[in-house]
Ligand binder design. Structure first.
Ligand code: SAH
Length: 363
């Protein structure tokens, strides 16, 4: 039998199996992995594409992650925080478009005022979006970095029920090459544990295609997701940004971007095959390399999509990376997208439903 099918038929993949799957480059070999991922997805999470309107509500950040365009030391961007009224408006619009959930994402700020601001906006969104169709209001995922336990608790009590905090790389050495000394690997892990203890559906993920990242490290990332027993995964390709210390990598990246894109799709497929019942997002960064990159992600086993709901006039200022799209054809016409997904792939866009990960309830 074909050795790839042999691997895919195993009950549990070993580390060596995952390395081997991620190393495949032939089109028909990748297609076999893709089909297995879709089969696994249909069995464990179904054919639905779960929507989260992405509201990037502030780019003010205390961190200096070497890859990120909104790092504190980048002085070439306008800093903003949306008003509560603006955030509420985008949340209500998301609900009216039929999205069951939103993601509130921001730079990392650690102070009482910010914590109170976020708690208050969560409560207001919950209040204003509760309806017959959404009896508990919009589902709210937060992505606001590392916080003290009582802040995570305050936000959970206010009504947020999912939290996304990427480990960026599960390899300690690589993590420290991506972040200044004051941001530690241990502290990220601690934060993930706090989130899980409080009861959040917890997500993590990595950046794919960072300098000198090996297949073994990416494999360890997949094993890390499993060991941490997370419910959601959000990962995507690294996309350079000129105003960061990683600008030295831009030329090499240009040569490698197709390969990085393919690796991101393989990571989605292998994560689906290995973790089975988790939610996996097809992330915006995929679209900075390939026009319909997010559709490709969905066809490699992802089941979550985050249409851009940041107010149009702020999108320019939330550039985590270069070439980030300012327009989103999916949020612009979600019904055209719904028809396209069904006609092309028999996938169902899931409206008016939180779209939680079965893994959280299967534990
Ligand atoms: N402050 C929040 C949100 C960060 S932005 C937090 O720390 O969680 C969300 C994600 O964007 C990050 O976790 C990172 O993985 C990703 N990101 C940032 N810069 C990127 C880049 N240049 N290329 C690809 N992904 C990037």
């Amino acid at each position: 039998m074909n050795p790839i099918i042999n691997i895919l038929n195993k009950d549990k993949l070993s580390k060596e199996d995952i390395v081997q799957l991620l190393s495949l480059t032939e089109k028909d070999e990748i297609e076999i992995i893709r089909q297995k991922a879709i089969e696994t997805m249909l069995q464990y999470t179904g054919d639905k594409i779960n929507l989260r309107g992405l509201i990037e509500f502030s780019n003010i950040c205390r961190c200096n992650c070497f890859y990120c365009g909104i790092r504190e030391n980048n002085e070439n961007i306008d800093r903003y925080i949306l008003s509560k009224a603006e955030i509420l408006q985008q949340a209500i619009l998301s609900a009216r478009l039929g999205f069951g959930s939103i993601v509130l994402q921001s730079g990392e700020m650690q102070n009482e005022r910010f914590a109170g601001f976020v708690a208050d906006i969560i409560r207001r969104i919950k209040n204003e979006t509760t309806s017959r169709k959404l009896p508990d209001g919009l589902g709210i995922t937060l992505c606001c970095g590392e916080q003290k336990e009582d802040v995570y608790q305050e936000w959970f009590d206010a009504g947020a029920h999912r939290y996304l905090l990427r480990i960026e790389s599960s390899n300690k050495e690589l993590f420290s090459k991506l972040h200044p000394d004051e941001q530690t690997y241990e502290s990220r892990i601690e934060s993930l544990k706090k989130l899980k203890n409080i009861g959040y559906q917890t997500g993590t993920g990595v950046i794919i295609g960072i300098p000198r990242q090996s297949l073994e490290q990416l494999t360890s990332d997949v094993l890390f997701f499993k060991n941490m027993d997370v419910d959601m995964i959000g990962m995507g390709p690294y996309i350079p940004h000129h105003d960061t210390p990683m600008d030295f990598y831009i030329e090499e990246w240009e040569q490698r971007k197709e390969e990085i894109f393919k690796m991101s799709l393989k990571m989605i497929a292998v994560t689906r095959i290995f973790l089975k019942d988790v939610n996996i997002a097809s992330t915006t960064a995929l679209e900075s390399i390939s026009q319909y990159g997010r559709e490709a992600g969905l066809q490699f086993g992802a089941n979550v999509l985050m249409p851009m709901m940041t107010p149009t006039n702020r999108r320019e200022s939330y550039k985590l990376y270069e070439n980030k799209k300012l327009e989103d054809y999916i949020s612009k016409d979600i019904h055209a997208f719904q028809i396209k997904m069904y006609d092309n792939y028999e996938r169902i866009v899931n409206f008016e439903d939180w779209g939680d990960a079965p893994h959280y309830f299967n534990k």
